[in-house]
Design a protein around this ligand. Structure first.
Ligand code: ZN
Length: 309
């Protein structure tokens, strides 16, 4: 009888263990590699994370592939940057996945921008007229480590909601991530502190949050408006402006043609710096930490050289 009872207990115990492991890993799909990196930090071995876009692609314009639909079909959670960043390519993919879990508004859909600090918010009517691809404020907000913390918090809360049994683990991993990120941010701030107030021009408005956090002043853009290619008229005005303000650095995302930036560089004597805005933007940038390590190092080098001129 006693043996029987022990056996039953053992069976019950195994059933519980089996139920936990049968849950398996949560399948998380993110639109960008930045969100994927943060989701891995928070989810640890309880999640399997895949990104749709690669970090060297323009996140506004990603070519849809059938494999993306398959990924979304299997997903328990979809994390998006939001603010219309993915509006040109993601909605049909979500739709075609026919996965009820990850439809906008469902429990498995997380817009990471909801709590983040968003810059360039429009003051007038919200519109995509003139091709402006930032109608809901600047969607490149992950380039501020403090928004990284906010994104991580949103992800931890969502993972805890989907897997209540692992909530304590997610909270602990969130804590560990933010502690490391805070320490790293102090290091990055110190590295760029000598160049506070330095004036730069950027191709697209990808670096507003980065500049805001690290004290750089963006005085113009190669694009006349976000998403609109350079025009000769705008380029001439920009060159005149850069000469007037003595701007010596032009930042360019890896996916833009360097022809116009190089012409601007020749006219003004400014350095043209290809600065990856995302994890995966170049081989050395493997996660959210190395993204800032790489960019801060590159910026500090260029600004140092510019200051020495
Ligand atoms: Zn943009």
């Amino acid at each position: 009888m006693k043996l029987m009872k022990t056996c039953l207990l053992a069976v019950a115990f195994l059933a519980v263990v089996h139920a936990a492991s049968a849950q398996g890993k949560l399948n998380v799909v993110t639109t960008t590699e930045d969100l994927a990196s943060i989701a891995r930090e928070v989810g640890g071995d309880r999640v399997a994370v895949e990104s749709i876009a690669r970090g060297y692609q323009d996140p506004h314009f990603v070519e849809a592939k059938p494999s993306f639909i398959l990924r979304l079909q299997r997903a328990d959670l979809l994390i998006v940057v939001g603010r219309d960043l993915e509006i040109g390519w993601l909605p049909p993919l979500i739709n075609q996945s026919r996965n009820a879990k990850v439809q906008p508004g469902a429990a498995g859909y997380l817009d990471a921008s909801l709590q983040a600090r968003i810059l360039d918010l429009p003051t007038g009517q919200v519109t995509r007229a003139m091709g402006d691809v930032h109608p809901l404020g600047n969607p490149h907000y992950w380039l501020d480590p403090e928004n990284g913390t906010i994104i991580a918090k949103s992800i931890a809360a969502k993972l805890g909601e989907l897997r209540p049994n692992d909530r304590a683990l997610f909270d602990q991993r969130l804590n560990d991530f933010t502690t490391r990120l805070d320490a790293a941010e102090k290091r990055w701030l110190a590295e760029l502190a000598p160049y506070r107030g330095a004036k730069v021009v950027t191709y697209h408005r990808s670096y507003s949050n980065l500049a805001d956090r690290f004290g750089l002043e963006i005085v113009g853009y190669v694009e006349p408006r976000p998403g609109i290619p350079p025009t000769p008229q705008h380029t001439l005005e920009l060159i005149a402006d850069m000469k007037r303000q003595n701007v010596k650095v032009v930042l360019v995302e890896p996916y833009f043609d360097l022809k116009t930036p190089n012409a601007i560089g020749r006219e003004t004597g400014a350095q043209v710096l290809v600065l990856p805005p995302s994890v995966g933007g170049t081989k050395a940038i493997t996660d959210y930490f190395t993204l800032f390590d790489y960019d801060v190092n590159l910026l500090a080098g260029a600004l140092k050289q510019a200051a020495g001129k």
